[in-house]
Design a protein around this ligand. Structure first.
Ligand SMILES: Cc1ncc(COP(=O)(O)O)c(C=O)c1O
Length: 371
């Protein structure tokens, strides 16, 4: 009685996330050094918690309007005007993932192609396929920058959009402004939509993150979230901003799917927008410096400029990154093999959203395996 007969054909080829496999392997360890987790290691800020508690106590637990509570939408609009001098339509999503799902559902006709930089965030390929589209990978090795010319040469008559992600997961790369501008020009020339996943935009350590919004505001769908910047991953809060018709179709679909983002968490997000996170950002910058120093003599990697990941090459003595990761896990360190995020299995992802001591201990073990 497995129930297998009920599963749709297009769902079966989707492998269970390799990240989950690492968690399963890790579950056999008693006290692993966990450098695999994609969420901050600090708690939700106190004023965010208070705002949510107050919302719950004052019975703000029912549905909200589909697009989210007005004070939050207004606050997001003000922020986008300040940052980009941009006045797009806006709505509140159930996490950045909620925005991604709705964006793909609202735009893709069967067989239309979506350009995705490889390495990519795990969900992109699968969500594109579920929405009836075809993911087309654009190779961004070895520097993980945008390489607009590679995007342009991957364009066909069926190309509908490109997904950009800066700072990147799993690479931590922050795109160069010139490349983002070039990508925006390509998008305009070929009449493509740019979906810009900026969930890590507040975690940019060497200067501001480069967004396509200033270069192609009329064809950029901006997706952001509160999970990574404010440690609110489980509260499922994000927002989408972009062209009117697109936002209105996405909001229509939200009505029939997610209905609305969690009501008390919307008050949490509103408080989050007034919470100064600069100390946390500084602390992550220090962790970035720490992990780079720990890895640099032994591993080859691109120094990350944002997010909380680094994506080094697996040591040459291993046949694949997966083989290296299995060995690391056998030695008590949880990391993720590159094949989860890529068509290649040559690199591995370390998350440095962890206590400094754990970063040091974990890197020492990884170094000992590499020599
Ligand atoms: C690049 C990227 N986009 C989107 C998401 C999903 O974010 P959320 O938890 O807000 O749905 C993640 C989470 O890891 C991510 O790394």
């Amino acid at each position: 009685m497995t129930g297998k007969q009920f599963i749709a054909e297009h769902v079966k080829p989707i492998g269970s996330s390799g990240i989950r496999r690492v968690f399963d392997l890790g579950a056999t360890l008693e006290n692993p050094i966990n450098l695999s987790i994609g969420q901050p290691d600090f708690p939700v800020p106190e004023q965010v918690k208070q705002a949510m508690i107050e919302a719950i106590r004052s019975d703000k637990n029912g549905y909200t309007v589909t697009r989210g509570i007005k004070p939050l939408r207004d606050r997001i609009t003000t922020e986008l005007q300040r940052e980009f001098d941009w006045d797009p339509d806006v709505f509140v999503t159930s996490g950045t993932s909620g925005g991604l799902v709705l964006a793909l559902m609202a735009t893709l006709n069967p067989g239309e192609e979506v350009l995705i930089g490889d390495p990519y965030f795990v969900s992109y390929k699968h969500l594109v396929r579920l929405a009836g589209g075809v993911p087309v990978c654009v190779n961004l090795y070895d520097d993980f920058q945008l390489h607009p010319e590679r995007y342009e040469s991957a364009i066909t008559k069926k190309t509908k959009m490109m997904i950009a992600c800066s700072p990147g997961n799993p690479t931590g790369a922050v795109y160069r402004k010139d490349d983002v501008q070039a990508l925006a020009e390509i998008a305009r020339r070929h009449d493509l939509l740019i979906v810009s996943d900026e969930i890590y935009c507040d975690l940019s350590y060497d200067g501001p993150n480069a967004s396509p919004v200033p270069f192609a505001p009329e064809r950029t769908l901006l997706l952001r979230g509160f999970g990574k910047s404010h440690a609110m991953t489980g509260l499922r809060m994000g927002y989408a901003a972009g062209p009117t018709a697109l936002i209105s179709e996405m909001a229509k679909l939200q009505q029939y799917t997610f209905v609305c983002a969690p009501h008390p968490a919307q008050f949490g997000a509103l408080a989050a927008m007034d919470t100064d996170m600069s100390e946390r950002v500084d602390s992550y910058r220090n962790k970035r410096d720490l992990i780079c120093a720990e890895l640099e003599k032994t591993f080859t990697f691109v120094r990350p400029s944002g997010g909380f990941y680094v994506f080094p090459e697996a040591p040459a003595k291993y046949p694949s990154a997966t083989a290296f990761v299995e060995d690391a896990i056998a030695n008590n360190v949880l990391i993720i093999p590159g094949e989860v995020f890529s068509e290649r299995d040559t690199h591995f992802r370390i998350s440095y959203a962890a206590p400094d001591e754990k970063i040091r201990e974990g890197c020492e073990i990884l170094r000992s395996l590499a020599v």
